[in-house]
Design a protein around this ligand. Structure first.
Ligand code: DC
Length: 246
């Protein structure tokens, strides 16, 4: 595991084997509120790679559970229903829109009820296995990807060309999340947001399957004192050096 990076590019050895190779998978993992989603999306577009939002896949599963009024204690039932759904991205839009049985669910996946359910749902091992399989199939079809989530570098793509782990102090993450929600016109208490962030971190990092963890060989970036563009610049430099993208 490499030392945390805060602002400078570490010396990395260019691997000639990976230069110009068809497959380029960049994984970005880390807890909520690190700016992962917007960083991943913009990094993908700068590098000419596609963007895979794996959190959206778990959120879509939560939408299915809510809409069908399933009980998440019924693990077999939940897994069966979610697996039977046709869940796929429409790659023609940027970011790719997620469809469940042909219905675009993007307007729904950040709703409060979905956000509350998704963490316990993502703790179901069998559901994770299904999602991991789907994510690997997606990568076979779209082999030039920035893939963002909690387990992308540790479980799904351990052989990814470049792995990042973004983090930030919980108070900073809570302040960012609060500002984001207020910008959407929501009334929120920053202390409650902080408590929820800490609870979600705990739930995501202590589950047995695919826990939130720093992947082996990941480049750790503490985004606490960096703005979004500084983070993107830093990640872009790392990828270009390591993979030889021009
Ligand atoms: O990144 P996000 O907030 O959209 O993720 C939603 C939830 O899904 C969050 O609780 C973590 C979980 N998740 C996961 O367990 N594994 C992933 N690869 C992506 C997200």
């Amino acid at each position: 595991m490499s030392a945390p990076v805060t602002g400078s590019v570490q010396a990395v050895v260019v691997d000639p084997e990976t230069v110009g190779r068809h497959r380029t998978i960049v994984t970005i993992d880390g807890p909520a509120g690190t700016g992962k989603s917007s960083v991943s999306q913009r990094l993908a577009s700068r590098l000419g790679l596609q963007f895979l939002d794996t959190g959206a896949m778990y959120r879509a599963a939560a939408v299915v559970v809510i809409d069908r009024q399933l009980d998440i204690a019924d693990v077999a039932g939940v897994c069966e229903v979610v697996a039977a759904c046709d869940l796929h991205f429409d790659w023609r839009t940027d970011p790719p829109a997620l469809l469940v049985n042909g219905q675009n669910v993007m307007h729904r996946i950040r709703d409060d009820d979905v956000t509350r359910l998704v963490s316990p749902l993502a703790g179901i091992g069998r559901l994770r296995e299904h999602m991991v399989r789907k994510q690997r199939i997606i990568a076979n079809q779209h082999p030039r990807l920035v893939s963002e989530g909690r387990d992308q570098g540790s479980v799904v793509f351990p052989d990814a060309e470049v792995k990042f782990y973004l983090d930030a102090r919980p108070e900073i993450r809570a302040a960012r999340r609060t500002a984001e929600l207020r910008a959407k016109g929501k009334t929120v208490d920053e202390k409650v947001v902080l408590r929820e962030i800490i609870e979600r971190d705990l739930s995501d990092s202590t589950r047995t399957d695919g826990p939130l963890t720093v992947p082996l060989d990941a480049i750790e970036v503490d985004t606490s004192d960096l703005d979004r563009d500084q983070v993107i610049d830093l990640l872009e430099r790392h990828v270009r050096i390591r993979v030889g993208l021009s």
